[in-house]
Design a protein around this ligand. Structure first.
Ligand code: MBD
Ligand code: FE
Length: 281
C-alpha cells in the first residue's frame, strides 16, 4: 500500500462496475415483451409510492441527485446486489432440492488460482484472522460423490477488504479454486473473515445514513460450487453468534448457510465440516 492510496467507495465501485461489464453485461438479453411488462410494473409501483406518501418536489430532487451519484460512484453493482439480488436469487433457485444458495454480490472474480483438492488459499505472510480448516464433499442429490467438482472461494480479510477491490492487496489474496478427486472430497485452509461494513463514503452509504440504517453484513465466506452436469451453486456461509446474522443489510443469511466451527484438534485455530449437494442439470 502507498501512503496516498486508500480504500474508497468510488475506487471499489469503479472496479466492481468494470468487473460486471466484462463478465456479465454482454450476456444480458431481455425481450421487448418482458421489458414492457416489467418496466410498467416497476414504474407503477414508484407512482403509487409517490401518491400514497404525497412525495414533494424536494424529495423528488433528492432522489434524482442521489441516483446521479450512484452512477458517479460506480455503485450500481453494490446497491443492486445489496438491496435487490436476494429476491432474484430466491426466485432462480426455488426449484432446487440440493444446497441452499445466496447472493453472489459485487466482488466475485473468475479465474482464481487452483489449489488442488486440498490446499491453502493464497494469503500474505502473517495474514490476520483465526486459521480455519474446512473439510467437505461435493455430492449429487442422489448421494453420489462428484469428481471434478470445483469450489471457488473468496472472502474479505480481517480488515473487511476484498482483493482486487481495495488497494494494496496481492491480486488473488483470499481467493482460490479447489477441484475434487473421485471421492468428491476437499479441504480448504484459510482464515476467518471479519464482519463486513459496506463502503459508507459512497452513494449507498449515504442512503443508509440518511435512512438511519446500518451498513453491516455478518462475516461471510463466498463460494461458487460447480460440477459437470450439475447446476452451479452460488452461496455464502456464515458464523454462529455474529451480531449481524439477524439484520444483514443484504438480506442474504439463511439458517442452512450457518457453519459450525470447533477448536482445531491441533490447537491452532478452528476446524469445520460443510458439505455441498448439487442438483443435476
Ligand atoms: C459484500 O462483500 C457482499 O458480499 C455483498 C453482497 C455486498 C457488498 C459487499
Ligand atoms: Fe462479501
Amino acid at each position: 500500500t502507498t501512503a496516498t492510496e486508500s480504500a474508497t467507495a468510488a475506487k471499489s465501485g469503479a472496479s466492481a462496475t468494470e468487473r460486471f461489464r466484462s463478465d456479465k453485461s454482454s450476456a444480458a438479453q431481455t425481450s421487448p415483451e418482458r421489458v414492457d411488462l416489467l418496466a410498467r410494473e416497476v414504474l407503477s409501483a414508484v407512482h403509487e409510492t409517490i401518491r400514497k406518501n404525497q412525495v414533494t418536489y424536494d424529495e423528488y430532487n433528492a432522489l434524482k441527485s442521489w441516483l446521479i451519484s450512484v452512477g458517479e460512484d460506480g455503485e450500481w453493482p453494490l446497491f443492486l446486489d445489496v438491496f435487490v439480488e436476494h429476491v432474484v436469487e430466491d426466485v432462480a433457485t426455488a426449484h432446487r432440492s440440493g444446497n441452499k444458495g445466496s447472493i453472489e454480490g459485487p466482488y466475485y472474480v473468475p479465474g482464481a488460482p487452483e489449489i488442488g483438492a486440498s490446499g491453502t488459499v493464497p494469503m500474505r505472510e502473517g495474514e490476520s484472522g483465526t486459521p480455519l480448516v474446512w473439510t467437505g464433499t461435493i455430492t449429487s442429490t442422489d448421494g453420489s460423490p462428484l469428481a471434478g467438482g470445483q469450489v471457488e472461494i473468496w472472502h474479505a480479510d480481517a480488515d473487511g477488504f476484498y482483493s482486487q477491490f481495495a488497494p494494496g492487496l496481492p491480486e488473488w489474496n483470499l481467493r482460490a479454486r479447489i477441484t475434487t478427486g473421485d471421492d468428491g472430497a476437499f479441504e480448504i485452509t484459510t482464515v476467518r473473515p471479519a464482519p463486513y461494513q459496506i463502503p459508507t463514503d459512497g452513494a449507498t452509504g449515504k442512503l443508509i445514513a440518511a435512512a438511519n440504517w446500518h451498513a453491516w453484513r455478518p462475516a461471510h465466506i463466498h463460494v461458487k460450487v460447480s460440477a459437470p452436469g450439475h447446476e452451479t451453486l452460488t452461496a455464502q456461509l456464515y458464523f454462529p453468534g455474529d451480531e449481524h446474522n439477524d439484520d444483514d443489510i443484504a438480506s442474504a443469511v439463511k439458517p442452512e448457510l450457518m457453519l459450525d466451527p470447533k477448536p482445531a484438534a491441533d490447537g491452532n485455530g478452528e476446524q469445520l465440516v460443510y458439505d455441498f449437494v448439487l442438483d443435476p442439470e
